[in-house]
Design a binder for this molecule. Structure first.
Ligand code: NAI
Length: 281
């Protein structure tokens, strides 16, 4: 059900790959709330992916771009302003990829070329999006730019690898650019730190099933799913959150403030029982 929260607004959504993608849900919800949007993803994803179907369904132009390429991003902003008929009110950066994770290089044996790519794709591309938007003066006053992060930016999570460093940088860029964009143009910049979520990128994380179960048990409200995340993004794009900027906003059912929960402890204790049983035989 829509509340017209984004009525008349123009947005760019980066990173919808398939119907599991967080960006996919955000795109659907944004249009439901009255926005007009464009979609962007890598040329390969746009050619081969399901993005074309989403574009048709939402009447959204698809503008291919490698988010690490400044000229591509300039084209995304220029075309988006052209087809949507004015400056952009909101942007979602929902982009992440680590070749070290993909190629199963562990954190104490990183390939540094891969690390550079991880940082460029998953974090510096956010700076590029912001800088291009700023230089082109493409984002309207009180516009809202969001990127998606994970709590491994603050605390170490086994298996999250170099993506943890990328997320720490991503959140820092939101603060640093958020100060300048707020001061100069009244544009807000934030990150949402989302629960582990079953998506294509999420499935790359080592032990993701265990991690999802663990954080589900640790979070008093349970994990936030992709649709919950989309709804949060919509409020952050809306005029209801105009004074929120430079923040990393935890959207995780309470996970980040829990040290140990009853449900997690109960599960943990079961492992002792099993070990005790084994000892008996
Ligand atoms: P996804 O795999 O659906 O989305 C990742 C997107 O990044 C894809 O659309 C992919 O084509 C795009 N991408 C990769 N390289 C690119 C490049 N060079 N240029 C432009 N686009 C590129 O997965 P998901 O989970 O929806 O990921 C979206 C964001 O949410 C990522 O930043 C991810 O780290 C973040 N996130 C995901 C969580 C999860 O558990 N799935 C938890 C917390 C944050």
């Amino acid at each position: 059900m829509g509340f017209d929260l984004l009525k008349g607004k123009r947005g760019i959504i980066f990173g919808a790959l398939n119907d599991m993608s967080i960006a996919w849900k955000v795109a659907e919800r944004a249009v439901e709330e009255g926005a007009q949007i464009t979609l962007s993803n890598t040329p390969v994803a746009c050619r081969m992916g399901e993005v074309v179907d989403l574009g048709k369904k939402l009447n959204a132009e698809i503008i291919p771009a490698d988010a690490t390429n400044v000229a591509d991003l300039e084209n995304v902003f220029a075309k988006s302003m052209e087809v949507l008929g004015g400056k952009i009110d909101f942007v979602l950066h929902s982009i992440g990829m680590s070749l070290n994770v993909r190629k199963k290089r562990v954190y104490h044996d990183l390939d540094y070329n891969y690390l550079n790519k991880t940082l460029d794709i998953s974090a510096i591309s956010f700076h590029k999006v912001l800088q291009v938007g700023f230089k082109m003066d493409a984002i309207s006053e009180w516009g809202s730019v969001m990127a998606l992060s994970y709590v491994a930016a603050q605390r170490t999570f086994y298996g999250y690898n170099d993506m943890a460093d990328a997320k720490a940088l991503l959140e820092s860029i939101a603060r640093s650019f958020g100060y300048i964009y707020g001061r100069e143009r009244k544009v807000r910049v934030n990150t949402i730190s989302q629960s582990p979520t079953v998506t294509t990128a999420g499935s790359g994380v080592k032990g993701i099933d265990g991690l999802i179960d663990f954080s589900e048990r640790m979070s008093p409200l349970g994990n936030a799913d992709a649709m919950d995340c989309a709804n949060y993004c919509i409020t952050m794009f809306s005029d209801l959150t105009r004074k929120v900027t430079m923040q990393n906003l935890f959207h995780d059912g309470g996970f980040s403030n829990v040290g140990m929960s009853l449900r997690a402890m109960t599960q943990y204790n079961k492992s002792f029982e099993q070990n005790d049983l084994k000892d008996m035989y």
